[in-house]
Design a protein around this ligand. Structure first.
Ligand code: NAD
Length: 338
């Protein structure tokens, strides 16, 4: 199948090209992000392959459908950036990669938590300057602390296990479905408000839906324990950034580690080191000594990139052959469980 691959980086090309040996699709690698202006670049492609920050709204989908596109292949798990109602109306199938490597994201989450909680980036910056003083680097043990995991699907369950069995945290969880295997190891399901009020550490692993948008907001922060540590490797808009900054300024929040950010589409995945970044909220966030931000890289392991490429190209092959699409997003789930 002819595939327009938008928003490609060198690593996308490398892993997709290697996996494509087994499929023989005609891959058209395009650097621009998909939006209304770039959509015509896919004009004669039956499939379009996109990533987390491409715009796949109704206007873009209409332009793609008019150009002959039949399939939208997301090379990621989340699909909150797709207008599913429009895809349904236009008869476009949407596939994703539901579980390329939950371990990649879960391990990175633990890494971020340890890094921000034990002040590792600050310590490394000091040592590089031959400053071996330890003042200001006091952390906290994870052992015995209460950690709250919001969303215990594939990634959240791994994080909950690591916190419970690996570090000896008291783990609270909130989800719309309980995982009996987590309950069996002593994870306690509570409602979200209880979790946010009792946890000393909160880590977010639920999808972004209208119901979860800004689940960390000013009232949640006000009700939280003093010194709350927040980790978000799921989707940026789970957190109200202005409220987060408010909580950091009052010292209510003890530390924050983010791999995702609400307005990341304007920033992440590009080298902006010579540019003026006009997002004042993001710039303010970077000024806090107890905030650690990475640019949406939790998924970025060799294993995950291989799995993403393999699953995406296999879905495209299934669509070409008219086979059922195992990883199809139900486009009728308009406001449902994204
Ligand atoms: P998953 O579908 O396996 O798990 C999501 C869990 O959230 C499910 O158990 C679901 O029941 C639960 N959930 C749904 N609505 C909820 C709500 N209102 N409150 C609490 N829980 C709710 O997904 P996953 O593979 O574990 O991925 C989790 C999220 O991680 C994805 O949605 C995606 O946004 C994000 N992600 C980020 C990266 C990255 O690189 N940073 C990579 C992959 C995935």
């Amino acid at each position: 199948m002819r595939v327009a691959v938008f928003n490609t980086k060198a690593y996308d090309r490398r892993f997709l090209t290697a996996a494509n040996q087994a499929f023989g699709h005609e891959l058209r690698f395009l650097e621009p992000r998909l939006d209304t202006i770039t959509a015509p670049l896919a004009s004669d492609c039956e499939a379009v392959c996109v990533f987390v920050n491409d715009t796949i709204d109704a206007g873009v989908l209409e332009a793609l459908a008019a150009g002959g596109t039949k399939l939208i292949a997301l090379r990621c798990a989340g699909f909150n950036n797709v207008d599913l109602a429009a895809a349904d109306r236009l008869g476009l199938a949407v596939v994703r990669v539901p579980a390329y490597s939950p371990h990649a994201v879960a391990e990175f989450t633990i890494g971020l938590l340890l890094a921000v909680d034990r002040k590792i980036p600050k310590a490394w910056a000091r040592v590089r300057e031959n400053n071996f003083a330890l003042d200001g680097l006091i952390g906290r043990n994870l052992h015995g602390r209460t950690a709250g995991v919001v969303g215990t699907g594939k990634i959240g369950a791994l994080v909950a296990r690591a916190l419970k069995l690996g570090f000896g945290c008291d783990v609270l969880a909130s989800d719309i479905v309980e995982d009996p295997e987590l309950v069996a190891i002593g994870v306690r399901y509570v409602d979200r408000a209880t979790l946010l009020a009792q946890a000393e550490i909160v880590t977010l692993h639920c999808p972004l839906t209208p119901e979860t948008r800004h689940l960390i907001d000013a009232p949640a922060i006000a009700a939280a324990r003093d010194g709350l540590v927040i980790v978000n490797t799921s989707r940026g808009a789970l957190i109200d950034t202005a409220a987060l900054i408010g909580g950091l300024k009052t010292r209510k929040i003890g530390a924050v580690a983010l791999d995702v950010y609400e307005q990341e589409a304007d920033l992440f995945f590009e080298d902006l080191s010579s540019e003026i970044v006009s997002d004042d909220l993001f710039q303010r966030l970077l000024t806090f000594p107890n905030v650690l931000v990475t640019g949406h890289q939790a998924f970025l392991t060799e294993e995950a990139l291989e799995a993403i490429a393999q699953t995406t190209l296999a879905s495209i092959a299934d669509a070409e052959a008219g086979h059922p699409l195992a990883n199809q997003v139900d486009t009728r789930l308009i406001a449902g469980s994204r």
